[in-house]
Write a protein that binds this ligand. Structure first.
Ligand code: CTP
Ligand code: CA
Length: 225
């Protein structure tokens, strides 16, 4: 019954959630990725749906099933995710950037399988585009929620990311904490806006994290309407 009052509070809103970890190709049989399971993004998509939103999940290399009744756009690389979210952006009300996007990709993806030769092999990497930052630059009516995965100085890094990327909220977690981070069903997060810490949540389910974050987003959006 706890959630009954939340039903419908995102009615009429279009929510886009990115989830999973991007895949950056080295050659046709090899790639670089990360440990993101997609659980956090799935929890946000399911919570948004349950709260009455129209939801699109932009998913990269998911290790968990998709939630029911949610439109799914499958992508692989950071570049594909960038293109998918920018297509959706004009009609988005709330963007949740839960995906773990690769920071670097191979300078070029070889067309054919790379053959082994010398004793050492150097892979040249180039920076990917920062999707969250690019959305922050094109913000009009949208409410933009970013994440920060940190191992140290959480507050400092979260505030820096909020400002640099022009996000409305940053959901930050210390991935070294027990019960937080990749692959777990729970998370312990600190939520920041431009004024500083909004809320600190002890270890709770990712579903409950998502609901709490949406509650904050809704009340802030109402305040500026
Ligand atoms: N992000 C993004 N595009 C990238 C890298 C990150 O959109 N190329 C987004 C993530 O989806 C997340 C936020 O930026 O919402 C923060 O990601 P994080 O990896 O914590 O921060 P970075 O800015 O990449 O910095 P660093 O990894 O050095 O801490
Ligand atoms: Ca990063």
């Amino acid at each position: 019954f706890e959630h009954r009052s939340q039903k419908g509070c995102l009615a009429g809103k279009k929510v886009v959630v990115t989830a999973g970890g991007t895949i950056e190709r080295i050659d046709p049989v090899r790639y670089i990725t990360n440990d993101s399971s997609g659980k956090m993004g799935v929890a946000f998509a399911a919570a948004a749906k349950d709260m009455g939103a129209e939801v699109t999940l932009v998913a990269a290399n998911m290790q968990v099933p998709y939630p029911a009744d949610v439109e799914v756009v499958k992508v692989q690389s950071a570049q594909e995710m960038y293109e998918a979210v920018h297509k959706l952006w004009p009609k988005t009300d709330i963007m949740v950037k839960a995906a773990a996007v690769a920071d670097y990709r191979p300078a070029e993806a070889a067309k054919q399988k790379i053959k082994k030769k010398d004793d050492t092999f150097t892979l040249s990497l180039v920076k990917t585009i920062d999707i969250l930052e690019s959305l922050g630059k094109e913000k009009t009516h949208q409410y933009l929620i970013g994440f920060a995965a940190e191992t140290n100085d959480v507050e400092f890094h979260a505030k820096g990311k909020l400002e640099r990327k022009n996000a409305d909220l940053i959901v930050a977690n210390d991935v070294t904490k027990p019960g937080a981070g990749f692959g777990t069903d729970t998370n312990a997060v600190e939520i920041y806006d431009k004024h500083g810490l909004v809320k600190e949540l002890a270890v709770i389910s990712k579903d409950e994290v998502a609901r709490q974050v949406f509650q904050i987003a809704i009340s802030q959006m109402e305040g500026r309407e």
